[in-house]
Design a protein around this ligand. Structure first.
Ligand code: CUA
Length: 331
């Protein structure tokens, strides 16, 4: 039975594949069992209790408390099991482990642009090392797309103007289909690609073949200068709030509330700075909408993350360079 199902399903190539398949099998099994049971009983009772004479009258039946308790408690138990099981898988799916390497994905009509923690870029391709947790941070340049790798049982919507994340650990080397699973225009069906999972040594070898000038954080640092951000946000400057240790911290807002300085907050503050003004400052920052694309914003965020030492995407020698350049203590 299981192997029959497996022959129809895509290969199981991530840490979640088994769990998701088991849950799906449970749901399909339950639905099939009750559908067949009910259909068989409808047919059986229709024949067994059919009317044999025109003057026949059915017997009176009021209700049975015992029967009602049974047919209420069994479905309740089944949905509770499904809920608790589903919630457990869901929570695991949405909580990336702290050590996961961060890859960036940008959807654009009609292609997938990906970027490695070490700065390599690809289009409609993503190479990953096997057995290591991967966190994807995804956004869109235009409309809603959906990043779907069936072999990983991983799918997440890619939404313009905000970041979504997903994580998984690829468990089997191979080449797996990547699809866009949200209708996004004429060429939606051709917005496909490949995820290639390789052994660590092969991955390193592959990385070395892709020319990369600088890491995302370094590109962000350059952009930071080019856009003139440092004229207000440089250390010791009195024109704008400091960005040192900003990422992940709680920010007091001029409007009275607080906000957590996560990726979405930084994204919003670059494009719509007047929405969440930091307490003690006036809204003087211009919007950078149209002046920097999603890739650029991701790079800027990488740079700002590097000013804290939290989840610095480049954990190689350049991480030290960044923190040295930024003058911050890595944690
Ligand atoms: Cu992108 Cu469909």
């Amino acid at each position: 039975m299981l192997s029959l199902i497996a022959s129809f399903a895509p290969p199981q190539a991530s840490s979640f594949a088994g769990e998701v398949d088991a849950l799906t099998l449970w749901l399909v099994g339950m639905c099939t069992f009750f559908t067949v049971l009910i259909a068989a009983m409808v047919v059986y009772f229709s024949v067994r209790y059919r009317r044999r004479h025109p003057d026949e009258v059915g017997s009176r039946f009021d209700h049975s408390t015992w029967l009602e308790v049974v047919w209420t408690s069994i479905p309740l138990l089944i949905v509770l099991v499904t809920f608790v099981w589903g919630a457990k898988v869901y929570f695991r799916l949405y909580r990336p482990p702290a050590g996961a390497a961060v890859y960036y994905v940008t959807g654009k009509q009609w292609m997938w642009k990906t970027q490695h923690p070490t700065g390599q870029r690809e289009i409609n391709e993503l190479h990953l090392p096997v057995g290591e947790p991967v966190k994807l941070t995804l956004t869109s340049e235009d409309v809603i797309h959906s990043f779907f790798v069936p072999a990983f049982r991983a799918k997440v919507d890619v939404v313009p103007g905000r970041y979504t994340t997903m994580w998984f650990t690829p468990t089997k080397p191979g080449r797996y289909h990547l699809f866009c699973a949200e209708y996004c225009g004429t060429e939606h069906s051709r917005m496909v690609g490949w995820v290639t999972v390789m052994e660590r040594v092969d991955y390193e070898r592959w990385l070395a073949t892709v020319p990369v000038a600088v890491t995302p954080a370094e590109q962000g640092g350059k952009l930071f200068t080019d856009l003139g951000c440092q004229s207000c946000h440089a250390e010791g400057n009195k024109n704008g709030p400091s960005l040192r240790n900003l990422f992940g911290s709680k920010v007091k807002l001029a409007s009275g509330g607080t906000a957590v300085a996560d990726e979405d907050y930084l994204h919003e503050s670059i494009l719509d700075p007047e929405r969440k003004v930091v307490a003690g400052w006036r809204s003087e920052m211009p919007s950078f909408r149209g002046r920097v694309d999603e890739q650029g914003i991701l790079n800027l965020i990488s740079y700002i993350k590097g000013l804290t030492g939290v989840e610095s995407p480049a954990k190689t020698e350049s991480a030290e360079e960044q923190s040295a350049a930024a003058g911050s203590e890595p944690r």
